[in-house]
Design a protein around this ligand. Structure first.
Ligand SMILES: Cc1cc2nc3c(=O)[nH]c(=O)nc-3n(C[C@H](O)[C@H](O)[C@H](O)COP(=O)(O)OP(=O)(O)OC[C@H]3O[C@@H](n4cnc5c(N)ncnc54)[C@H](O)[C@@H]3O)c2cc1C
Length: 385
């Protein structure tokens, strides 16, 4: 039986464990965190992401935790409504093969599907990796060692596997920070089944009210020195960057004060590598190609990447170099496209000037005009092809 070690039990790691476990591999997953985490931020699975979730058999479990679509109310800085984009418009634009779930629910559905097919060890990481043509030898923080046919680094944008095996030159930082966190109860000022969204020069604040345990907040902003704000922590940093806003924003930030560790808070960085594998070590997901939240396809690519890796390994049998080369050749155009779209997406989330905000508003208003949502849908379908 072929043996794989997977580093990281996030979306990419669990999807890879599921796919390889189903294909008959002996799979060991090591995850640095002491246990499973839940909730997190909202992710959309559209087009290829939805297709990959379907191929991995996740749709029945995911449909139970689906968040559904919501009305978007674009607001002024003081929280007053500018205009509304009804949920039906988003539905018409995205089509039927789309779903929104909390990242934690996606991870849970993967964990439930993979847990009987893989040995998953929490509170454990990799301390050394050595490889020759026949085997990769992996030493773990719990003092054990494993000899495997393949090591898959799925340990996210700050991947230690990438640094240990490939070096540290592949992270492309941008001057943006993102914070996203769940709200256990809706905050006042945000209508039910709606998101209020403020987009101003250099920043976006969106508060989603889908009821208790289903609401969330999302902030992104341009920042001269992301390292300084990261050290301040999300409560102080968001207070300084968004403290002047009204509507649901002050209450959402107060909510975070109770549990700042519950926030995803990080710089926005892409990972750009000339190759995703060397010998018997391959990177997958954000570790290999982080496209950033501005692409809206990172989880989708992690699912699709895992599924395609399994297919390539199966097709090429014992010829591992051929399998990894074919997998990378197949996936790279989509990753490059998403990274390029993400660089453009930054202009939408953090417009450089009031003029850009005005243009964005015009575009959003146009989407609500009869017939235009169908055109937008065709555009989205083209982008997802
Ligand atoms: C706010 C926000 C919104 C997003 N929206 C969308 C969206 O709408 N659609 C979409 O498709 N994508 C979206 N994304 C992107 C998506 O969430 C990521 O691309 C995806 O989670 C990447 O999965 P991953 O498994 O590669 O990495 P991660 O999810 O980061 O998982 C990495 C795992 O590895 C573990 N780990 C790290 N280091 C080690 C180590 N040394 N040893 C062992 N384990 C380790 C971590 O604890 C973690 O469990 C969004 C991202 C953000 C931040």
């Amino acid at each position: 039986m072929k043996r794989a070690v997977i580093v990281g039990a996030g979306i990419a790691g669990l999807a890879t464990a599921l796919r390889l476990g189903r294909d008959g591999w002996h799979v060991l997953v090591v995850e640095r965190a002491p246990g499973r985490r839940s909730s997190g931020y909202m992710v959309n699975l559209i087009g290829p992401g939805y297709d990959a979730a379907e191929r991995l058999g996740l749709l029945p479990a995911l449909s139970a935790s689906q968040l559904g679509l919501f009305t978007t109310v674009l607001v002024h800085a003081d929280g007053r409504a500018k205009f509304t984009v009804p949920a039906a418009i988003a539905e018409a634009a995205l089509g039927e093969r789309a779903m929104s779930v909390f990242r934690g629910d996606l991870e849970t559905s993967l964990y439930e599907a993979a847990r009987d097919l893989a040995d998953i060890r929490f509170g454990t990481t990799v301390v050394s990796v050595e490889q020759d043509t026949d085997r990769v030898r992996v030493e773990f923080s719990d003092g054990t060692t494993e000899h495997a046919d393949l090591l898959v680094g799925c340990d996210g944008v700050h991947s230690a596997t990438r640094t240990a095996v490939f070096g540290s030159d592949f992270v492309v930082d941008s001057p943006y920070l993102v914070a996203a966190f769940p709200l256990d109860h809706p905050v006042p000022g945000v209508p039910e089944s709606s998101a209020t969204t403020f987009i101003g020069p250099g920043r976006t604040a969106a508060i989603v009210n889908l009821g208790p345990q289903r609401s969330s907040a999302f902030f992104t902003y341009r920042c001269a020195d992301p390292g300084v704000d990261l050290r301040r922590g999300p409560v102080d940093a968001l207070g300084a960057a968004f403290g002047d806003l009204g509507g649901g924003v002050p209450e959402a930030i107060r909510h975070l004060e109770k549990d700042p560790d519950n926030a995803y808070f990080d710089a926005v960085s892409q990972v750009v590598m000339p190759r995703w594998s060397t010998g018997r070590v391959v990177l997958l997901g954000d570790a290999a190609w982080c496209v950033t939240l501005f692409a809206g396809h990172g989880a989708a690519l992690a699912l699709a990447g895992a599924d395609h890796l399994g297919a390539a390994l199966r097709r090429h049998g014992d010829d591992l170099p051929a399998a990894l080369a074919a997998w990378e050749t197949g996936l790279r155009p989509e990753v490059s496209k998403r990274q390029a779209l993400a660089r453009r997406g930054m202009l939408q989330y953090a417009p450089p000037s009031r003029f850009h905000v005005w243009i964005n508003d015009l575009t959003m208003r146009a989407i609500t005009l009869p017939g235009v949502s169908n055109l937008v849908r065709k555009g989205i379908e083209r982008a997802n092809r």
